[in-house]
Design a protein around this ligand. Structure first.
Ligand SMILES: Cc1ncc(COP(=O)(O)O)c(C=O)c1O
Length: 444
C-alpha cells in the first residue's frame, strides 16, 4: 500500500507525517544550515574546507581526560573529605540541575574578569546552545517580546530563537560592532507596534562570523541604551580567549552595574566541544527573592536534567590545573588560533588578486576564527558546489548569518580547523576559484 500523508496515525500501512503538522521552525532555513554544509563536505572529501569553526584536531590530541578527572576527584577528596569511591558515586549519578562546578566557575570569573557572582547565580549547561535555549525560554513571556540580534549573527543563536518561535529583529554591526542608532530605532519601532525588545544578543569579542571586537565606548554605549530602553543583553563570550595578547577589554558583564547582562561561556573552544559544557551567568534578581539562574535551573530540570557530572568533573580538573582560570586554560590555544588567523590573512594576500572594482576584499580581524571575503558575485549553494567540485575548496555562505537576506556577496573562511599547509593550499585553490571565468564573467 502506498504511503499516505497523515497528521496523526495511519489506519494501515506506513505513517507519513504531514509537514504542516510539524512545528513551523522546521521550515526555517537556519535549521538546515549546518546539515547543508556537512552534506557538501561529505560529498567532496578531498576538498579543503574552511567551513567548520571547530577546534583544531591537533589541540584535542593532547587532552588527557582521565588525568583531568583524577585531578577533580582528588580535589573533592581534599575539600569535602570524600573518599574516591564516594566521589565516583557522585559523578556517576544524576547530578544537580544547576551544576557541580559552579564554585570553580565563579572563582574563575572573579579571577579573570573581576565578575562577582555567587555559585548559585551560574547554571552549567550543555554548551552555549542549551544556555541560550533555557534563557530565551525563561525571558520571552509572550508574542510581544522580540529578540534583537546584532547581525551578522551566529546561526546557533538564531536557531535557538526559531526553535522557540521567538520573533527576532536584526541590528547591523555597522563598521564598529553595533549600530546604536539603529538599535534605538528598532526599539522605537517595536514599541510603536505594541511590542518590546526584551533582549539583545551580542558577541562583543571577535564575533562569529564578523571577527569584530566591540570597542569599549560601544560596550558602555550598549549598556546605556539597554538601561534607557529597558532590555537585557545576552553576551556570548565564546571567542574572548583568542588574541590573548590584545584582549584587554572588559566584558559587558564586568561593566554591568545594573544586572542587565546575562553572560554565556562555553568550554567548546578552550577545552573541547565533545564535553558539551558551557555556562550561563544569570544572577539577575527575580521578584520574590530568587535569581534568574533558579528559573533556568527549573527549565533545565525538565530538558536535559543535568549537564553530565563526568564532563563537568573533567572541566573542573582542567580549571584546577590552570590556576582556576578560564583565561589561563584558553591562553595557549588563543595564541595558536592567532597564528592560524595570521596564516589565513597572509595566504589571502599571496593568492587572491583584487580586481579593478576592489573585489575580492576581506576584513582583517585581530582575533576569532573567521575572515569574511566580499566577492563580485552572488554567493549561494550553486556557487559553493562549483567551488567544491571544480576547485576543491569549501567555505560558508555569509547569507546564513543574516536575518534579513544580507550577506549575499560574502563568504566566510574559518582558520581554526586547518594546518598552515592546508590553509596555504586551500587559499591558493580559492584564488583559482575566484579567477574562474565563470565567476569573473558574472561580475556586474
Ligand atoms: C558565537 C558562538 N557561540 C557559541 C558557540 C559554541 O556553542 P557550544 O558551546 O554550544 O558548542 C559557537 C561555536 O561555534 C559560536 O561560534
Amino acid at each position: 500500500m502506498a504511503a499516505r500523508e497523515l497528521q496523526t496515525q495511519a489506519a494501515a500501512g506506513p505513517v507519513v507525517l504531514a509537514r504542516s503538522g510539524l512545528h513551523a521552525c522546521l521550515g526555517e532555513p537556519v535549521l538546515g544550515a549546518i546539515n547543508f554544509l556537512n552534506e557538501v563536505i561529505d560529498r567532496y572529501p578531498e576538498a579543503i574546507s574552511f567551513a567548520p569553526g571547530a577546534p583544531a584536531p591537533s589541540l584535542l590530541e593532547t587532552v588527557d581526560v582521565a588525568a583531568d578527572l583524577e585531578t577533580y576527584i582528588a580535589h573533592l577528596g581534599r575539600v569535602e573529605g570524600l573518599t574516591e569511591a564516594q566521589v565516583r558515586r557522585r559523578l556517576y549519578q544524576y547530578g544537580p540541575s544547576r551544576g557541580i562546578i559552579n564554585g570553580l566557575l565563579a572563582e574563575a570569573l572573579q579571577r579573570d574578569q573581576g565578575i562577582e557572582v555567587a555559585p548559585g547565580g551560574i547554571v552549567v549547561t550543555v554548551g552555549f546552545q542549551e544556555g541560550m535555549l533555557l534563557t530565551l525560554r525563561a525571558l520571552f513571556a509572550g508574542p510581544g517580546d522580540v529578540l534583537a540580534m546584532v547581525q551578522p549573527c551566529f546561526v546557533g543563536a538564531v536557531g535557538a530563537a526559531r526553535v522557540l518561535g521567538i520573533d527576532t529583529l536584526p541590528v547591523d554591526e555597522g563598521s564598529e560592532g553595533v549600530d546604536l542608532d539603529q538599535l534605538r530605532a528598532v526599539c522605537a519601532r517595536a514599541r510603536a507596534e505594541g511590542r518590546r525588545i526584551r533582549a539583545v544578543y551580542v558577541a562583543p569579542d571577535y564575533a562569529n562570523p564578523s571577527g569584530t571586537l566591540l570597542p569599549l565606548a560601544l560596550r558602555v554605549g550598549l549598556l546605556e541604551v539597554a538601561a534607557q530602553e529597558d532590555f537585557l543583553l545576552l553576551e556570548d563570550a565564546t571567542y574572548g580567549f583568542t588574541a590573548p595578547d590584545e584582549r584587554a577589554l572588559p566584558s559587558l558583564k564586568a561593566l554591568d552595574q545594573e544586572g542587565r547582562v546575562i553572560h554565556f561561556g562555553t568550554l567548546a573552544k578552550i577545552a573541547m566541544p565533545g564535553l558539551r559544557v558551557g555556562f550561563v551567568v544569570a544572577d539577575q534578581r527575580v521578584a520574590g527573592g530568587t535569581v534568574l539562574a533558579d528559573d533556568l535551573t527549573a527549565i533545565k530540570s525538565m530538558t536535559t536534567v543535568n549537564t553530565s557530572p563526568v564532563c563537568q568533573a573533567i572541566v573542573g580538573g582542567m580549571l584546577l590545573s590552570h590556576g582556576v582560570s578560564l583565561q589561563a586554560l584558553g591562553d595557549a590555544k588563543g595564541r595558536y588560533y592567532g597564528e592560524r588567523l595570521n596564516s589565513l590573512l597572509s595566504a589571502l594576500q599571496r593568492h587572491v588578486d583584487t580586481g579593478k572594482d576592489g573585489l575580492p576584499a576581506w576584513n582583517r580581524p585581530r582575533g576569532g576564527f573567521f575572515v569574511r571575503v566580499r566577492v563580485p558575485v552572488v554567493v549561494d549553494a550553486a556557487l559553493l558546489e562549483v567551488s567544491a567540485r571544480d576547485h576543491g575548496v569549501l567555505w560558508t555562505p555569509m547569507s546564513s548569518f543574516y536575518l534579513d537576506g544580507g550577506g549575499r556577496h560574502e563568504l566566510r573562511l574559518s582558520c581554526s580547523y586547518l594546518t598552515d599547509a592546508q590553509i596555504d593550499e586551500g587559499v591558493s585553490r580559492l584564488g583559482r576559484f575566484l579567477r574562474d571565468p565563470r565567476i569573473c564573467g558574472k561580475r556586474p
